[in-house]
Write a protein that binds this ligand. Sequence first.
Ligand code: DQA
Length: 141
Amino acid sequence: MKIAIINGPNLNLLGKREPDIYGSQSFEAYFEILRKDYPQIELEYFQSNHEGAIIDKLHEFGFSYDGIILNAAAYTHTSIAIADAIKAIQTPVIEVHISDIYKREDFRHISRMEASCIASFVGYGMESYRMAVETFLQNVS
Ligand code: DQA
C-alpha cells in the first residue's frame, strides 16, 4: 500500500510555529514514528508553501497511490483550485488538521476541501494523521 502525506503552507515550521496550538514536535520527527509504526506501508511525505506545487503533487500521486492525506493548512479555507484537484484525481484523499478549526476563528470554520475528501480528522494533534492512515488501512486494499 502506498500513502502520501501532503502538508501545506507553514507546516514546515511545526515544532517552532505557535507551539501552544500546534505542539512542539516537528513533522519530520512525527513522520519517522509513523514510518516505524507502519513498515508495511510505503509512506511518502511532501510539504510546500505554494498552492501550485501542492496541486502538482496531487496530480503526481493521484493516479498511482492508494491514499493521500492532505493538510492544506490555510489553503483549506480558500483554495477552490486544490479542491478541484482532489476531485480531478482517482486516489481518495483524507483531510486532516492538527488544531480544531471549528473551535478557532470564524474564517477557519469553512473547509473548501471537505466536500472533495472521503473523510476528515480535525483537532487530534499530530494523531489526526495516524487516524487517516488507519482509515486507509481499513478501507483500501
Ligand atoms: C491547520 C489549521 C489551519 O487553519 C491553519 O491555517 C494551518 C494549520 C491545522 O492543521 O490545524 O496552517 O491546517
